[in-house]
Ligand binder design. Structure first.
Ligand code: AHR
Length: 493
């Protein structure tokens, strides 16, 4: 057997908080992300509460979803909030031009979305329309949602909600470099300043303004937004999807070989480089790290499942997606000082989803289980964990075999997350501990015999967390043998 890999974990050197908003979810009017996946209206066959299906809401509650971003995505920059309030029968039916050209009934609007956040226990992150809306329309939406008094508050009350809602996060458009208006960064920064000026929180409340940030490695965008708009914003976003091959995504979510596995996981690791470089630019303008880097769209993007409606971005989710999620969540720990909010795309039925539905049926994906395993990370304190990981190589794809992070949770325990990217080889780690005297270690593992194992409708879950017995602690030494292609979460007691 190979010699154990050495590592150190310093529990006596607490770092930044691992913000629970790193587990934010994204729900766009796209495919069955809202309609069918969350909203079933009056459908008597699918148990629901005021239109939102109980099974999906229940599963999301168990995840402790902290924040939900809505209504887009690209959809946000052509969404007119007034079309989604008032009597449902009178709401206009529009065409969802971005996503399949299907009709958008506007049945789920502001009141319904806010009800969803209440049912799940999440905060609202509203994405405003810069693309084809006006600053006045955006300002009035904010006033409609948040104001305790005035004509718009009265209208809100007549529509069923007297009390103002909290809108802690507001996005100043989305992807202004692309579907949000194909702008130059200079123009986008100017518009961001203009629109953000009119996003006003009522006295005693706060709305964090999130600027539409860069695509992948567009560092000029981050530079320009920081230089020009820093006075008006609280965060800059970053969008990066893990896409094996070139755009548009053509790789199958389920039928792949080891090279595609490795390419995908290497793609997930790229997030580390992207955050490092965008953060370095932000540091120049904001050394105090007041402005967040909000990675509010990330995750895998594959070809759609065969037979699904074009433009719906419906993809199955496998053990490979679980590894992608774990690598991201570990990378975010490294950058926790700057990265306070991230949103995987998307919550239900779209891209790297937590949950897939088929009529009245629902499955929890491997990605859901990773999020559930990482729950103790929410608002924990990041601990320095150094691992001299061997490299995992396949063809031209290369990455550390082990991705890892550690936090001291709010529960007082030290939690260690580990992922082994090698689909064939286990790896043993010897972790020297300081600042923690653990008497025992317990844990859970997510793995499966096949790289493309998945959870399907009507059968027992093939990828589900089970108790993990591969770790021992003795004195200040933790020894772990990670099976091939696995995600492990340990709790030191
Ligand atoms: O998540 C799908 C789409 O990806 C979003 O609408 C857009 O912001 C991004 O291009």
């Amino acid at each position: 057997a190979a010699a154990p890999v050495t590592a150190t974990l310093q529990a006596d050197k607490p770092g930044p908080v691992y913000d629970k908003r790193i587990f934010t979810q994204f729900a766009e009017h796209l495919g069955n992300g809202i309609y069918g996946g969350l909203w079933v209206g009056n459908d008597k066959k699918i148990p629901n509460t005021r239109g939102f299906r109980n099974d999906v809401v229940g599963a999301l509650k168990r995840l402790g979803v902290p924040v939900i971003r809505w209504p887009g995505g690209c959809f946000a920059d052509e969404y007119h909030w007034r079309e989604g309030i008032g009597a449902k029968a009178k709401r206009p039916v529009k065409i969802n031009t971005h996503w399949g050209g299907v009709t958008e009934p506007n049945t789920v609007g502001t009141h319904e979305f806010m009800d969803l956040t209440d049912q799940i226990g999440a905060e609202a992150y509203i994405a405003g329309n810069v693309g084809n809306g006006s600053p006045q329309e955006m300002a009035e939406w904010v006033e409609y949602m948040t104001s305790p008094a005035g004509t718009l508050a009265d209208e809100r009350a007549r529509n069923g909600h007297k009390a103002p809602w909290k809108v802690p996060y507001f996005g100043v458009g989305n992807e202004l470099w692309g579907c949000g208006g194909n702008m130059r960064p200079e123009y986008a920064a100017d518009l961001t300043k203009r629109y953000a000026t009119f996003i006003k929180a009522p006295a005693g409340t706060r709305i964090l303004k999130i600027a539409a940030g860069a695509n992948v490695d567009d560092y000029k965008w981050t530079e320009t937004m920081m230089r020009e708009a820093i006075g008006q914003i609280d965060a800059v976003s970053l969008h990066y999807y893990t896409i094996p091959g070139n755009w548009p995504p053509r790789a199958s979510p389920t039928e792949f070989d080891e090279a595609a596995w490795a390419e995908t996981l290497a793609g997930a690791w790229k997030m580390d480089e992207l955050i490092t470089k965008h953060s370095a630019i932000m540091d120049k303008y904001d050394p105090q790290k007041r402005i967040w880097l909000a990675v509010d769209e990330w995750g895998t993007w594959f070809a759609q499942d065969p037979g699904t409606q074009p433009g719906f971005l419906r993809q199955q989710n496998t053990l490979r997606d679980a590894l992608v999620a774990a690598i991201h969540l570990n990378v975010f720990a490294k950058h926790a000082e700057r990265v306070k909010l991230t949103a995987i795309a998307q919550m239900v039925n779209v891209l790297q989803a937590m949950i897939l539905t088929d009529g009245s049926k629902m499955v929890l994906t491997p990605t859901y289980h990773v999020f559930e395993m990482y729950k103790p990370y929410m608002d924990g304190t990041v601990l320095p964990l150094e691992i001299k990981s061997p490299w995992y190589n396949k063809d031209q794809w290369t990455m550390p075999q082990v991705s890892a992070s550690a936090v001291r949770g709010k529960d007082g325990l030290v939690h260690v997350a580990l992922a082994n990217a090698d689909p064939d080889k286990p790896v043993t780690l010897s972790v020297a501990l300081t600042g923690v005297s653990a008497g025992s270690v317990a844990g859970r593992i997510l793995t499966a015999p096949a790289m493309n194992a998945r959870n399907d409708f009507g059968v027992a879950e093939a990828v589900t967390p089970v108790a993990f017995n591969g770790a021992q602690v003795q004195g200040n030494m933790l020894t772990v043998t990670l099976p091939a292609k696995s995600v492990v979460m340990l709790d030191l007691r």
